[in-house]
Design a binder for this molecule. Sequence first.
Ligand code: AMP
Ligand code: MG
Length: 327
Amino acid sequence: MPRMPIALRACFGVALCLAACTAKAEWLAQTRSMMGTEIRVELWAENAERGSAAQQAVFDEVHRLDLMMNPMNPDSELSRINREAAQEPVVTTPEIVEVVQRALYYSDLSGGAFDITFASAGRLYDYRGHVKPSADALVQAAEKIDYHHLRLDPEAGSIAFDQPGMAIDLGGIAKGYAVDRGIAILRAAGITSAVVAAGGDSRVLGNLGDRPRVIGIRHPRKDGEYAALIPLQDTAISTSGDYERYFEEDGVRYHHIINPRTGGSAGGVQSASVIAPHGIDSDAMSTTVFVLGVEKGLAFINARPGVEAIIVDSEGRLHYSDGLLQE
Ligand code: AMP
Ligand code: MG
């Protein structure tokens, strides 16, 4: 307790007790801008004060990951990797090692549709500024996209690029990882009902009283409308959409999900949503399914037990994975 007169100390003690003893159970919901999107933490707190502290701890953690993994911030650990990994292996953080390891797993599984080295070409676009590379520059940069040239040594905790001109970007998987970290923090704080969302990546803990929580999949072309509503409990859902970051030129939509084979925007799909137990997986797979397209994307998901998908194709038609059709 800070130094203060004895009479005041007594009052202070009473006030502290009143604050703690009358803290009521309530829903807490807060949104903050981080990781280039909106981070939302909603939870049911039996004790509002402790709930609020847990909520703050989630925001602190997401902020820490943002500082570490933001490719646009020259001071981030990820930028350091991009600057130095072609010269020598860069010993990095356990968080980046974990995320890159999972990213490489999905690269192998998807035949290269998911590839964090997409950034070798992806970094030449500025969607807000309507900037795209020339055809020549794109061909050259696209040659540098290949996750096989990314060497991860999990024991040493290091990353190396075995060719110059390469870059990585964790934008297709890091938000899912962040929501997993958020849910882990809330669980450890004794919270049993919550949602942590980072833009299109959400993870649901528990349910709403006796009902599952209903999560809406945004309509890719109608602001404020939903393409589908899905009841979810103890799971993660991620949506990748061509409406998140894009500009149009001569009737072509240049958006932020890149086909690693060409370095250009992936076509055929307006949005791909994936439901999986963990956010790191639903996030990586929503980007993967977007790149694979309807047919190959559904085959990819139908081969994975416990994972489901909803795809909106380029004509606005909905496609569901087998598990959702059976329910
Ligand atoms: P999401 O909304 O999860 O699909 O993430 C989109 C982000 O993923 C983009 O802004 C890029 O940072 C990253 N990305 C784009 N194309 C790919 C790809 N083919 N593989 C992995 N990450 C990608
Ligand atoms: Mg993703």
